[in-house]
Write a protein that binds this ligand. Structure first.
Ligand code: SPV
Ligand code: MG
Length: 285
C-alpha cells in the first residue's frame, strides 16, 4: 500500500492513529520500531537538531530534505510539518509537489503569519486571515498528483487566544477549502478546550491533536472524544537531549566511559537500526 493511502486510512478509518515526532531518519526509524503508526517530521525538533529555535529560520529545502530522508528509511507514513507553508499561496502549491515527490504521505500547514514562532513561545502568534489561509489550502489540494496525498490544515486560534468559536469558524472554512483533516492545537494543561471544540465539531472531518501540555489525556480518551490522530510531537528529541547530556557529563566528570556503558545502546543496536546487514549483503553481491 502507498504511504499516502496508509496515512489517509489512518485519519479516516474510525480508529485513532498515533504518530511520534522525529528530527532525522534515525529517530524516524525508532518511531517506527516502537510501533507508532507514522512519523511527524516536526519543525520544532528538526530546527533543534540543527541547533536552531523553531522560528522559520530553516528553509523549505532544509525541512524537505529531512522529511524525504525519513521517508527513504521508513515504511510507515510521514506527515511533514510545513509551518505556514514557507510563504504565500504559490509556495504551498510548490511544497505539495516537492513533498509528494520525495515520498512524504502528507503535509500540515498552519494559519499563522510568516515568519512564525513555535506555539509554546509567547511571541509571534499572529493569525493569518482565514480566507487567505483557505486560498493556501485550495492551492495545495490542486497541486497534488496522488489523490491520497493528505493535507492537514492546522488552526492556531486556541494558541493565539482567540477561543473555541474562532477555532471552529476557521476549521469549517478550511474543510470547505478542501482540507483533509484539521489539527487543532492547544497549549493548555487540560484538554478542556479541545473537547469543547470536538463536541461542537460533530466529526465533520478528521481531527488531529498534539497533547504536549495536556499529556495525561490517554489516547483512548482522545479517541472517545472524537480524535482521529494524536501526535507525540517532540518527545524523542527531548529524550535525546536529556540522555546525551547526562551521558556526556558522566564521562567528562568520571574520566572514563565505564559508568555509562550500561545506559547507552551498544554499537550492535545502531548497526541493526541502520540495517547494516542489508547494506553489507549488497556489497558482497
Ligand atoms: C512541531 O512539532 O514542530 C509542532 C508542534 O509544530 S508544536 O511544537 O507543539 O507547535
Ligand atoms: Mg512545528
Amino acid at each position: 500500500m502507498n504511504s499516502t493511502t496508509k496515512l489517509r486510512k489512518l485519519i479516516a478509518d474510525g480508529q485513532i492513529g498515533r504518530l511520534a515526532g522525529a528530527h532525522d531518519p534515525l529517530s524516524a526509524s525508532l518511531v517506527q520500531a516502537s510501533g507508532f503508526d507514522g512519523v511527524w517530521a516536526s519543525s520544532f525538533t528538526i530546527s533543534a537538531a540543527n541547533g536552531l529555535p523553531d522560528m522559520s529560520l530553516l528553509s523549505m529545502t532544509d525541512y524537505l530534505e529531512a522529511a524525504g530522508r525519513m521517508a527513504a528509511v521508513c515504511s510507515v507514513p510521514i506527515l511533514a510539518d510545513c509551518d505556514t507553508g514557507f510563504g504565500g499561496v504559490p509556495n504551498v502549491a510548490y511544497l505539495v509537489q516537492r513533498y509528494e515527490a520525495v515520498g512524504v504521505a502528507g503535509v500540515c500547514i498552519e494559519d499563522k503569519v510568516f515568519p512564525k514562532t513555535n506555539s509554546f513561545v509567547d511571541h509571534g502568534q499572529e493569525l493569518l486571515d482565514a480566507n487567505e489561509f483557505a486560498l493556501k489550502i485550495e492551492a495545495g489540494k490542486n497541486a497534488q498528483r496522488d489523490p491520497d496525498f493528505v493535507l492537514v490544515a492546522r488552526t492556531e486560534a486556541l494558541i493565539a487566544g482567540h477561543g473555541v468559536q474562532e477555532a471552529l469558524h476557521r476549521a469549517h472554512r478550511y474543510v470547505d477549502a478542501g482540507a483533509d483533516a484539521i489539527l487543532v492545537h492547544s497549549k493548555k494543561s487540560s484538554p478542556r478546550e479541545v473537547i469543547e471544540f470536538l463536541d461542537a465539531w460533530q466529526g465533520r472531518a478528521p481531527v488531529v491533536v498534539v497533547p504536549t501540555t495536556y499529556h495525561d489525556w490517554h489516547f483512548t480518551d482522545a479517541e472517545n472524544a472524537g480524535v482521529s490522530l494524536v501526535i507525540y510531537a517532540n518527545h524523542a528529541l527531548r529524550a535525546a537531549v536529556r540522555s546525551m547530556s547526562q551521558v556526556l557529563s558522566s564521562i567528562e566528570s568520571s574520566g572514563a566511559s565505564t559508568s555509562v556503558e550500561d545506559l547507552i545502546a551498544p554499537v550492535s543496536e545502531v548497526f541493526e537500526l541502520t540495517q547494516l546487514d542489508k547494506w553489507l549483503h549488497l556489497e558482497k553481491q
